[in-house]
Design a protein around this ligand. Sequence first.
Ligand code: MN
Length: 259
Amino acid sequence: MAERVKILKNARVLISNDDGINAPGLKRLERVMRKLAREVWVVAPETEQSAASHSLTIRRPLRIRKVSNRRYAVNGTPTDSVLLGIIQVLKDNPPDLVLSGVNCGGNLGEDVIYSGTVAAAMEGTLLGFPAIAFSQVNSGRHPVKWSTMEKWLPKVLKGLVKVPFPSSVLFNVNFPDIPASKVKGIEVTSQGRRKIGCDIQSGVDPRGDTYYWVGPQRIEDKFRRGSDLEAVNRGVVSISALSTDLSHTGSMKTLKEFF
Ligand code: MN
């Protein structure tokens, strides 16, 4: 099933994220989308869920809190939010497009494995809807350059809605950490290499027990041409295609030589 968003200005759009219902990136995405689409609905986690990946809450009840007109908060993960958004909030009027973000910080390389932002979009894909994840790269401790995404997102989106979305595929967009006027363009990229989680700090808590804390440092390859990391590093908006089918067909051949 290849799905295409017909006309953006007639579209009903569901927005979620992993930074939570009060995140600045979500509010900015809503604002941008209100100008581009007919109906904008938000169903997002109550609290920040960064690095929640695709976790689904199954051992406790979920609640949907109506915040205001067409805005809802869910006391769960990004996946819970999109699932309830589509199955419950929009059950009589399914969305034409599911958007996630805009995340505060990039989702590049292996980040997509841990990312709640990507997972929210992916949940839309798994339910059969065209979906896109958006992230604004922020590589220092300076204020996030939201104006870069505000300027470039409409351009990216107007292009992407013309593309047929293959079933089980979502698009992952990252805006570079430079002023909007300095952005050099938009490029299609592949998933780069950027492993987080190896920078673990340990210490002793006030009660005398040892703790471990995963730090922000990553092992990354910023220079592999054609990768998402290299593109944003060069000042380009990166668009990559991700699949929910994690099968690696090349390795199946190798496996079959042994079994
Ligand atoms: Mn986040």
